[in-house]
Design a protein around this ligand. Structure first.
Ligand SMILES: [Zn+2]
Length: 173
């Protein structure tokens, strides 16, 4: 069946809205991750929540940061920084963390929630964990991880298959 051409198709990205740029340390640590393909998946995730007429593109710079905390600070501009803790070596933990911090990015750029104590309270660990912004990010990362990884892996295998056909070849296989 053909998708609707106008209007209400759930996914209408016309270009890559999210570009995930790892720093050298992250690239070296997670050599098997294809960040271009990951950017396509995250663009689809973002398109789902970014409801504005004129969509902007965003570059997310990932920076490996010493200490146990990964974080995204609400910040202005279309090039943003996301800090990933350097205690993370496991690939799955990396994806979970990335999804969690990406959700904070969505809260900032798409939902535009204010960072008041009602939404985010880090005065004690208990309040921090019970903050709506944290709960939303945790739920998002847990619930989307399997389907995100599935799509990412399917896209990788798609890329591998079609790369066999990237030059003209008129002979029989
Ligand atoms: Zn968080």
């Amino acid at each position: 069946m053909l998708a609707e051409r106008n209007g209400s198709s759930p996914f209408t990205p016309t270009n890559l809205m999210i570009i995930i740029k790892p720093d050298k340390k992250i690239k070296n640590r997670f050599k098997d991750i294809d960040f271009e393909t990951l950017s396509v998946v995250f663009s689809l995730l973002f398109d789902n929540v970014y409801k504005v007429k004129k969509k902007r593109n965003f570059t997310i710079n990932l920076k490996l940061t010493s200490g146990i905390f990964s974080y995204y600070c609400f910040q202005t501009g279309s090039t943003v920084r996301m800090n990933i803790s350097d205690v993370i070596f496991d690939e799955k933990q990396f994806y979970t963390t990335l999804l969690h911090e990406f959700r904070h990015f969505c809260q900032d750029k798409a939902f535009r929630i204010p960072l008041t104590r009602k939404y985010y309270d880090d005065r004690t660990e208990q309040r921090y964990l019970a903050s709506p912004a944290e709960i939303d990010a945790d739920n998002f990362s847990v619930m989307t991880l399997p389907t995100v990884l599935r799509l990412y892996n399917r896209m990788l295998s798609f890329k591998r298959t079609v790369s066999n056909f990237n030059t003209f070849n008129g002979s029989l296989i």
